[in-house]
Design a protein around this ligand. Structure first.
Ligand code: ADP
Length: 357
């Protein structure tokens, strides 16, 4: 790859109701009700360890009247990295400037952003692994001692100009920590990994969102949606809205367990929260590769899917659920993965429509 190019946009499949990546529907939800994003640590459900650690760092920075160390938040899409970055800003009473790695194409773009920062502010860079090397190099001195070293001119006339910038905290978010270069990663003093949410936390999140949207939901209904949301708040919020639309359409006034189950099955989301593509992955590994191991490239080719999408969007949840293992020789179906896909295929045989379609 040429050094100064932005790392290429990867194709991430988003046309699935259980994708953690953000789609237009989610933007609409957030625009309609911005308070759907928790605004303080106390309002942020789950991620207890991450939250406790960040609280300590934030309080210590406040007490010392010092700049909070740079923070990297990593984990699958939709788990609340952006939300957490904004909360850090709010808890510090600091302005938050937001951008994305792919939007910063040249060192000059980054210099422009850094020069805008006010003392004590937060710069949030989503998809920070997508910065080009040239841009990263500018970031190093900015992160270390709040200086910008920019080369102006070319050839023999080129010269370095050093300017100061306001002290700031960089909060980076990434779904792929392994793609971050070591020099960049080393400059984040605080590194926190967000995990998939458990069913209790997601049930609380669904009930909170229902409250904000004025949706009437039973405890059983909230839990049903929670367990089918891939451990991901963004998916939970989206499924809640889908189920609600069907509830209204059916002339009901409350989302209950039975109705949620029916709607979600109709949307192709099974009781483990897997959708058609997840099941297809398990079926292909089972039937075409005899349970594995199968290399990621071969699997991607068979499924006609992009490798990065498989690694970033589908696999983490299948691994989390214990259906798939990522070994050195490739992907292997686990006993419970095999049992799940056997049960699905068995059910398919017994009825007309396939849950794969
Ligand atoms: P990421 O940046 O990791 O992709 P976001 O911070 O954009 O995820 O969160 C996705 C959606 O999920 C947001 O609408 C947010 O309101 C919701 N959300 C995330 N984490 C939580 C949480 N802990 N409690 C409640 N809602 C959450």
């Amino acid at each position: 790859m040429e050094k100064n190019t932005v790392k290429p946009e990867r194709r991430v499949t988003v046309d699935r109701v259980v994708a953690g990546v953000k789609v237009e529907e989610d933007q609409h939800l957030e625009t309609q009700r911005p308070e759907i994003r928790p605004l303080s640590f106390d309002d942020y459900t789950g991620q207890t360890n991450v939250k406790e650690n960040l609280k300590v760092y934030v309080n210590s920075a406040k007490k010392r009247v010092a700049q909070l160390d740079h923070v990297i938040l990593h984990g699958p899409p939709g788990l609340g990295k952006t939300t957490m970055a904004r909360i850090i800003g709010a808890e510090l009473n600091a302005l938050v400037f937001e951008t994305r790695g792919p939007s910063i194409e040249r060192p000059g773009d980054l210099a422009g952003i850094l020069n805008q920062l006010t003392p004590g502010s937060i710069l949030f860079i989503d998809e920070v692994h997508r910065l080009s090397i040239k841009v990263e190099e500018v970031l190093y001195s900015a992160m270390e001692d709040f200086h910008l070293d920019i080369i102006v001119g070319q050839g023999p006339a080129a010269r370095a100009i050093r300017t100061s910038i306001a002290p700031f905290t960089l909060v980076g978010a990434t779904t792929r920590l392994s793609l971050l270069s070591k020099p960049l990663l080393d400059r984040f003093g605080i590194q926190e990994r967000l995990e998939f949410y458990d069913d209790d936390a997601l049930t609380t999140i669904v009930k909170r969102a229902a409250d904000i949207f004025g949706i009437s939901i039973s405890e059983g209904g909230a839990r049903e949606i929670a367990t089918r949301s891939r451990g991901t708040p963004r998916v939970a919020n989206r499924l809640l809205k889908r189920v609600w639309d069907f509830t209204i359409g059916a002339g009901q006034s409350t989302v209950d367990k039975e109705h949620a189950d029916r709607v979600l099955l109709r949307q192709g989301i099974d009781r483990m929260g897997l959708d058609r593509i997840d099941r297809e992955i398990l079926r292909v590994v089972s039937e075409q590769y005899d349970g594995g191991p199968v290399g990621i490239e071969a699997l991607a080719a068979t499924l006609n899917e992009d490798r990065a999408t498989l690694e970033e969007v589908y696999e983490p949840y299948l691994v989390f659920k214990g259906f798939l293992n990522r070994g050195p020789r490739g992907r292997v179906l686990t006993a419970s993965g095999q049992a799940h896909i056997d049960a699905v295929l068995q059910r398919d045989k017994k009825r007309d429509g396939s849950i794969f379609s």
